[in-house]
Design a binder for this molecule. Sequence first.
Ligand code: NAP
Length: 301
Amino acid sequence: MFDVIIVGAGPAGMTAAIYARRASKSVLVLEAKSYGGQIINTPDIENYPVEAHISGFDFATKLYEQAKGLGAEFKFEKAVGLRDENGVKTVVTTKNEYEAKTVILATGSENRKLGVEGEDALVGRGISYCATCDGAFFRKKTVAVVGGGNTALEDALYLADLAEKVYLIHRRDTFRGEDATVQKLAARENVEFVYNSTVTALHAEKRLNAIDVTNKDGSVRTIEVKGLFVAVGRIPENQNFASLVELDPAGYAVAGEDCRTKTPGVFVAGDNRTKNVRQLVTAAADGAVAATAAIAAIADF
Ligand code: NAP
């Protein structure tokens, strides 16, 4: 039996692993995909203390090596269930079952889709959810980014260096993301803001070649683009644990800043928790808080 099983190897989960290992607890980190979580797709992190610039990939890799170097065990298996029997937690994955005294759910979130007809069929043929992964395919071409949060802003900035032209389409007339990035985009000659608009149709033969954008006033504009980068937010990945963790209407795991859930010994850390500020630094902070709470719970086990 592990002292702590951490579900999710993003910044929250890997920070929790560091804290638990430094307290000499046995730690298993389960991850469905690759380590790093959402941040691995961020081209340039500028708001993490001490590092003025670091790529998401470098950040995630350093964190992974730090946690592994301290002795955290990583298994790349998707956790699909969680049971609590007299305090013993069992995490069920697609391959195995693992027991632990405590569990930290740091599962983060997955891409929200636009919900426009034909979207799924065009993924990899013009539609992407990751500018850093796929941006290079659109060098010197015209692309659009949809969304108004930091992801959309940063994606647009990244693509502005590669693409001939970038349309940034947002459903309101003010952005949710940081003003500093908006100012950088406004200074780019090849970036055009398309406000108060949503993507309502996709035109494609084999690949995407144009999109219809409908303004709040009802007017429709067809824009020729080779790529459409969708950055309209994330959906928390908590459904598999809903029997032991209360979820809010949006699917976030209900927990305060102490990261405690309704089940003793089960904690939640990072973007899948109810909170106001979902940032790298707050994800890392959650990891530390959740691990510290788990360490205290292990002592009472
Ligand atoms: P987000 O902040 O939730 O923004 C999602 C955006 O998509 C919003 O502007 C929203 O519009 C729009 N949207 C939602 N559904 C839509 C739909 N169906 N059609 C069109 N537009 C839609 O998501 P995010 O940008 O992925 O960021 C997630 C979190 O990570 C945020 O807290 C963000 O600050 C953080 N983040 C931080 C960094 C960094 O620290 N460097 C980088 C990236 C992300 P409304 O504004 O109208 O709601």
